[in-house]
Write a protein that binds this ligand. Structure first.
Ligand code: GAL
Length: 713
């Protein structure tokens, strides 16, 4: 490790130390990995967002990435320590865009926003309070920074104007119609309420490279078990074993796919706070029930919150490892302590894992000020309440994943809180916000910050809304209907029952493709569902429309920004452009290169904005040369081989690296996996030929044959 001391003009001396290896840019010295630099200023706190997580960076994959330099030099980052706090200022260029900074539901580009990153329920405004307030930003100049502090961090992203020669010219509002309420700001100001902080800088060159480096640095993405990519249904609260079985039978009878049943409050003997023990009146034979479900190839996922009831047999044991305050009068385990994790997971193991339960939905670990522990609370580990709040969801993810890992089993679950460093944990965020457009914007934003998100379906006012929501959720990390409150079923709106069956079956068909996308997340850090902004050749600019002067709503006639936040990429080749209730048509921005309609294979457009009226379908497009492997349409699937339909779109020759493994264990980490090259060649006369190339001696788990289908004439 090299220690450098930098002089920042007009600020004084600030101790800055770099820990790196490979030379990528001479200003930044050397780094441990190509394109990754750590920079500490002042006295960073012992606890940060990564310190409590057991993360092994994906060293080889990082080293295989292209060398990258940072487009800024250390002198461009102004750092000041005063009042026991750290003030950081990053430079911003005129056209520069900023992405990331938490799971936002309304905006994708973050320039012009002021936020305090704070773990919380999302309540309708992108102000930093959200389920994944990740202090990581990505600049369109091709670099990213993780501000690795578990404190509530304040950011002014291109809103503050420092005095100096570069400040914009003053304008007169009396006479100048272009007078802006937010004049051009050339910086991101950051306030970390601590006497120092560690930052990690990630190089591009592309924004996708930045994201990939960030994910690989944090251990790579999660690879869910294959069953996790099927269809999930959460039954209503207080359902009994018999109710659940009847529901499962109904799915079967109607030919609806079903892989996971989620149980909501009611399976515990007590909830809010929880016992984590089965309720004997509703589930008299829990073990037999779980077994019956597994026999039908249905996995069980159990709802819980972190707060421990007095009536739980674990209560006395966990009590010494809980905080000073209760939540819903339940004890709050200090999941940063190995002792607490062991006590809780021993309990979970005994009552769930050993019975065959596949995972959890960990609710309410994001907190909500009105009922969570206050920031004055204390915890036996000594970690301040503020930091523990920002870390709590990450720690619960870590503890439960470890428990499954010890059995060499992959889990896949849901969680209400995540933060930096959780991308390797197989958990998907969700919430109660339920705005369809906001859900899709969150899906896009999740890809910048190393988390997964599901726009789950709960209820709808009309069958049209029902269909549109079902269609989008089927192109997300968890395709789930959460009927906990409304008791809805996929067939609740009979006029769209067939359309919904079709999209749910398509979800199952897409599993080989989705599973490969997740493998690319795990091995290369590429998010399986991604913002268009991470796609090469995507050029949509946010439109700034003049704001109208309004004495109450808009007294400063602030301009209104319209950005594209309703279409996204899934895997390597698919672009999804959801429709929302009330829309008959929509605009789709197609990146450079030719794009083809997923259903017909017909040419759709090329680097342009098209308007489509897709009828009942959800608009989906495939890249030129895009290969999509599909399983047969089936409502249940097992761990066995199925014939594969290999679709090829457009006219380009192509190779797709299909991933396969046993679908449920961690053996893939020891090399027990297979990549099958699906290759399409095109001869001079335009005739296409497909071939599946498998290395000799390699095992195949889930494909029996490869039938190529050329979708474009
Ligand atoms: C909410 C959660 C819902 C459901 C409910 C059960 O907090 O977001 O999905 O689980 O609790 O009471």
């Amino acid at each position: 490790m090299r220690k450098l001391t930098l002089l920042f003009a007009a600020i004084g001396y600030v101790a800055v130390s770099f820990a790196q290896s490979n030379v990528a840019s001479k200003d930044w010295g050397t780094g441990e990995y190509a394109g990754v630099w750590k920079l500490s200023v002042g006295k960073p706190e012992k606890i940060n967002l990564l310190s409590e997580l057991d993360i092994t960076p994906k060293r080889e994959a990082l080293q295989e990435m292209p060398d990258g330099a940072l487009p800024i030099s250390p002198a461009d980052v102004k750092i000041e320590l005063r009042d026991g706090k750290t003030y950081i200022s990053f430079p911003l260029e005129k056209e520069e865009k900023i992405f990331g900074l938490g799971l936002n539901f309304k905006t994708v580009e973050q320039r012009g926003r002021i936020m305090r990153l704070h773990m919380d329920h999302y309540t309708g405004s992108d102000n930093g309070r959200t389920h994944a307030p990740v202090p990581f930003f990505i600049s369109s100049r091709g670099y990213g920074v993780l501000i690795n502090s578990a404190r509530y961090i304040d950011l002014w992203v291109g809103t503050a104007v420092r005095k100096g020669p570069d400040a914009p010219e003053e304008q007169d509002r009396n006479t100048d119609r272009t007078w802006p309420a937010q004049p051009y700001s050339d910086n991101i100001e950051v306030l970390v309420p601590a006497e120092g902080v560690e930052m990690v800088f990630f190089a591009g060159p592309t924004m996708l490279d930045v994201v990939r480096r960030y994910n690989l640095y944090n251990g790579g993405g999660a690879l869910p078990p294959r069953w996790g990519l099927g269809f999930w249904h959460r039954t209503p609260t207080l359902f009994t074993d018999k109710d659940v079985k009847a529901e499962v039978d109904e799915f079967e009878k109607r030919g609806f796919p079903l892989s996971v049943i989620g149980l909501e409050p009611g399976w515990h003997s007590k909830a809010y706070p929880c016992t984590y023990e089965w309720d004997k009146s509703r589930f008299p034979d829990a073990s037999g029930f779980v077994k019956d479900m597994l026999d039908e190839n249905i996995r069980l996922n159990l709802w819980m919150n972190p707060y421990v009831s007095k009536h739980s047999e674990v209560y006395d044991k966990i009590k010494p490892y809980t905080g000073s305050h209760t939540v819903w009068l339940g004890e709050v385990p200090d999941y940063s302590m190995p002792e607490a994790c062991k006590i809780m997971t021993d309990h979970f193991r005994k009552h769930q894992l050993d019975l065959g339960v596949s995972g959890y939905k960990m609710d309410e670990n994001d907190g909500y000020d009105s009922w969570l522990w206050p920031d004055v609370a204390t915890f036996p580990s000594g970690i301040p309440a503020e930091q523990l709040r920002n870390l709590y969801g990450s720690l619960m993810q870590q503890a439960t994943v470890k428990m499954y890992r010890e059995k060499n089993l992959r889990t896949y679950g849901q969680v209400r809180a995540g933060n930096a460093g959780t991308n390797a944990y197989p958990y998907v965020l969700y919430n109660d916000y339920y705005d369809h457009r906001g859900f899709i914007t969150a899906l896009i934003n999740s890809s910048f910050i190393g988390v997964l998100w599901t726009p789950e379906v709960r209820s709808s006012k009309t069958s049209e809304e029902w269909l549109r929501r079902m269609q989008t959720v089927c192109f997300s990390p968890i395709a789930q209907l959460n009927a906990w409150a409304d008791g809805t079923k996929p067939w609740t709106f009979t006029d769209v029952e067939d359309d919904i069956r079709e999209i749910a079956l398509l979800r199952i068909q897409l599993i080989p493709y989705l599973y490969t996308a997740f493998a690319d997340y795990a091995f290369y850090g590429t998010p399986p569902v991604r913002a268009m902004n991470l796609e090469e050749g995507y050029a949509a600019e946010a439109q700034t429309v003049e704001g109208r002067l309004d004495a109450t709503d808009n007294p400063y006639a602030m301009a209104i920004r319209r950005e594209v936040k309703d279409q996204f990429m899934v895997g390597e080749n698919i672009l999804v452009a959801p429709l929302f209730a009330g829309e008959k048509e929509r605009k789709v921005v197609l990146p450079q290169g030719k794009w083809f309609d997923f259903y017909t294979g017909k040419f759709a457009g090329e680097g342009e904005v098209i308007t489509v009226a897709p009828g009942r379908h959800i608009p989906v497009y495939v890249k030129d040369g895009g290969i999509i492997p599909l399983w047969p349409a089936m409502s249940k699937f097992e761990d066995r081989k199925y014939p594969l339909e290999v679709r090829h779109y457009g006219n380009k020759p192509a190779t797709y690296s299909l991933y396969d493994d046993d679908g449920s264990s961690y053996n893939f980490e020891k090399g027990e996996y297979t990549r099958i090259d699906l290759t399409v060649t095109v001869d001079k006369k335009g005739r296409k030929k497909g071939k599946a190339i498998l290395l000799k001696g390699k095992q195949v788990w889930s494909f029996s044959e490869y039938n190529f289908k050329f979708m474009t004439e």
